[in-house]
Design a protein around this ligand. Structure first.
Ligand SMILES: Nc1nc2c(ncn2[C@@H]2O[C@H](COP(=O)(O)OP(=O)(O)OP(=O)(O)O)[C@@H](O)[C@H]2O)c(=O)[nH]1
Ligand SMILES: [Mg+2]
Length: 458
């Protein structure tokens, strides 16, 4: 593979910048641009050690800095790598990179170092994705989850399940292929029990995805309610700025106003909507806004339904409760304007009957924000028993887990309707699906398993 180079630090001015060169010719190329102060070329320098020296373009010195040599396979990419730290000016960094290109390196493509690390077996697919997550993270929680995943914890959890499935399939096949070899046989009952236990664990992992998505990509969250309850005020409170127009005129918001907010570790993609009410034929614009609000009730992943706590429930409030009937699991009922009066008790009682989470707040003073945060986290599935590194953040991984789940369910069915070897086909498919999380090869693995675990070749 060719030797590539790129600036590995962000674009812009900084104290230092790092240029990474990776590939067979890395030290050879680095020797053409970097002259250590001790005169010993980098190709003869010990690995993992920082050396100070001058950086050259041809015969002209353009900067001075530090170089570190990593020898394959002990580097991030698994290839020979040299990292040169130079001064972090935009122009200087660019000139050092150009010098490295002139010395023979090719420009690295997007994500190329990580791709090489994956191809060289330094990283599994989920670890590589976790590194992407670390770089993209918009919430602290995503950083800590990605960090745990980059060390392979989700991969390990999935591998453990895949190993258990492989063991099951291997036991069945070994028995069929080598019936004389007194091999461990798994009874239908044992197999069913094990499959159910795997399914349970798989569901545990799948159930983390809602929260995983909430901390990585964000959740689509709509603020809905009748006019004048304080929806736009809530949006402004959550973003900490005057984003939407607030007036005491009912029907202020018409079009949907969207904003992305990191609310206590969960990324909310908020939409403030028009207040829902019956309108006269003269207010076409408001009517359109109201239809958009109603559509949001079915489209959004999380709903913040805002009620005016200073009044008893009105027919419009009750209409909203009806509209939200199917979405009660995803709705936080918010009783606003607690700074004016104690919330109306009739309203509170009705909301508590209809929704799981009811929170009293004042969008004006910010009171109740913490409780609201807890309710939103709860809806997003924060309370989960699995460890941080096992939170499924990527949609691709989740799809693979769901696929595996389908095959295991079907294996259980095959076990009831047919025979163990037919169930084993489903198990093999489930292993293949699980291995997609980390991109391994399945059936070959099953074969290896038979021979390693049962010593058939003795
Ligand atoms: N005292 C008090 N007033 C509030 C509070 N929240 C909103 N208001 C007032 O209620 C009125 C309506 O607020 P908005 O935020 O525009 O309400 P809305 O739900 O977006 O209204 P529409 O866009 O018309 O549907 C304004 O006069 C706000 O100042 C609150 O917590 N306390
Ligand atoms: Mg509004």
């Amino acid at each position: 593979m060719s030797t590539v180079a790129a600036i590995s630090t962000p674009v812009g001015k900084g104290g230092i910048a790092v240029i990474r060169i990776s590939g067979d010719a890395a030290t050879e190329i680095a020797d053409r641009v970097f002259l250590p102060a001790n005169k010993k070329p980098l190709s003869e320098t010990e690995a993992d050690r920082a050396v100070y020296g001058g950086i050259f373009c041809g015969k002209t010195q353009i900067d001075d800095g530090i170089a570190v040599v990593f020898k394959a396979p002990r580097s991030f990419t698994g290839e020979d790598t040299v990292e040169i730290s130079c001064h972090g000016g935009v122009l200087i960094t660019k000139r050092v990179l150009e010098a490295v290109f002139a010395a023979g390196a090719h420009p690295a493509g997007a994500g190329e170092f990580t791709k090489r690390a994956f191809l060289n077996g330094k990283l599994s697919l989920s670890e590589a994705e976790a590194i992407g997550g670390l770089i993209d993270a918009k919430t602290d929680k995503y950083i800590s989850v990605s960090l745990a995943q980059s060390k392979g914890s989700l991969g390990k959890a999935v591998k453990a399940l895949s190993d258990r499935l492989v063991f099951l399939a291997a036991s069945v096949y070994a028995f069929i292929d080598y019936p004389d070899e007194d091999m461990t046989d798994v009874s239908v009952e044992e197999m069913r029990k094990e499959l159910n236990s795997i399914l349970y664990r798989l569901d545990e992992l799948i159930s983390t995805h809602r929260y995983g998505k909430a901390i990585s990509e964000g959740v689509d969250t709509a603020i809905v309610g009748k006019p004048n309850t304080g929806k736009s005020s809530l949006l402004n409170m959550l973003c900490g700025e005057d984003r939407a127009i607030v007036t005491d005129i009912a029907g202020t918001t018409r079009d949907i106003v969207t904003e992305q907010v990191n609310f206590g570790g969960v990324l909310l993609r908020l939409s403030d909507t028009a207040g829902i009410r019956q309108t006269g034929t003269d207010s076409i614009v408001e009517e359109i806004g109201i239809n958009k609000s109603k559509k949001k009730i079915s489209d959004a992943e999380v709903l913040l339904a805002v009620f005016d706590g200073s009044m008893p429930p009105s027919s419009e409030d009750r209409e909203l409760m009806m509209l939200l009937a199917d979405r009660r699991e995803d709705t936080v009922a918010i009783v606003n304007k607690t700074d004016i009066l104690e919330p109306n008790s009739e309203l509170l009682a009705e909301l508590r009957e209809k929704f799981k989470g009811v929170v009293k707040i004042s969008a004006k003073t910010g009171e109740g924000a913490e409780r609201l945060q807890m309710e939103i986290e709860e809806i997003c599935g924060k309370r989960n028993r699995v460890s941080e590194g096992e939170i499924v953040t990527s949609a691709r991984q989740n799809a693979a887990l769901l696929k595996a789940r389908g095959f295991i369910a079907s294996a259980l069915e095959s076990l009831s309707l047919y025979t163990q070897d037919i169930a084993s086909l489903d198990i093999e498919n489930a292993v293949a699906a699980l291995d997609e999380v980390d991109a391994r090869v399945a059936s070959e693995q099953i074969v290896n398993e038979i021979f390693s675990k049962f010593c058939v070749g003795k």
